[in-house]
Design a binder for this molecule. Structure first.
Ligand SMILES: Cc1cc2nc3c(=O)[nH]c(=O)nc-3n(C[C@H](O)[C@H](O)[C@H](O)COP(=O)(O)O)c2cc1C
Length: 197
């Protein structure tokens, strides 16, 4: 049974949780999360920092096997996401609260805050032995309709679950699951004590 680990090939020391997080696509569809586990994920999002402590987000969790999980699997995902995501245990539908002013700067700030809540939730999932995979390849209008979303932007869906082995997966899926993880070079991501050129 092969369950890949893909720790980041880093150029400096990193906390294990960060080093070992990655985004698999092969999940065990029989694995269900307990109500307590889901609550822990919700609390992780709830306790994220945000600008002026506005907490401009809402997370809708959909559990494997539920009617709404099924509907989002069928109509709310695009492309290859439709092939793998329905095997996960939980969808976290990440919503950003629309601001009254609706100015670009407000929207950017709201999305930034939602990103922090999302990542904090993903790291909590990692600490619980689960894996997560963000999906921007979604159909926001369908998700809005299915979940009766009002006054929020549907930003992304996060598939969360227990990693499963490669053996039963399609060739296409195995190829993606075992592909090397890459990043831009360090110098294009951060610099120290010098202005940008
Ligand atoms: C906002 C966002 C949207 C993403 N959308 C998708 C997606 O629709 N489908 C997919 O397979 N991966 C998606 N990804 C996953 C990225 O491709 C992945 O995080 C990136 O390649 C880095 O790989 P790693 O998470 O394993 O380090 C998304 C990631 C983020 C943060």
């Amino acid at each position: 049974m092969t369950i890949p680990n893909k720790p980041a090939d880093t150029s400096a020391q990193l906390a294990d949780l960060i080093r070992n997080r990655w985004s698999p696509r092969i999940f065990d569809p029989t694995h269900l999360l307990s109500a307590e586990q889901i609550q822990s994920l919700g609390e992780a999002a709830r306790w994220a920092p945000s600008s002026s402590n506005q907490q401009p987000w809402h997370v809708v969790f959909l559990t494997q096997g539920s009617k709404l999980f099924q509907e989002i699997s069928e109509k709310g995902l695009t492309g290859f996401n439709q092939a793998w995501a329905p095997s996960c245990s939980l969808y976290a539908v990440m919503l950003a609260r629309q601001t009254e002013k609706g100015k670009a700067r407000d929207q950017a700030g709201t999305y930034f805050d939602l990103g922090l809540a999302s990542m904090q939730m993903v790291m909590q999932a990692e600490a619980m032995g689960l894996k997560s995979h963000f999906m921007g390849g979604i159909v926001p209008l369908e998700i809005e309709k299915t979940l009766n979303v009002k006054d929020h932007w549907v930003v992304c869906v996060i598939a969360i679950g227990k990693q499963a082995s490669l053996e039963a997966a399609s060739e296409d899926l195995i190829a993606r699951e075992t592909a090397e993880r890459t990043r831009l070079p360090s110098e294009s991501v951060y610099s120290v004590d010098k202005p940008l050129s």
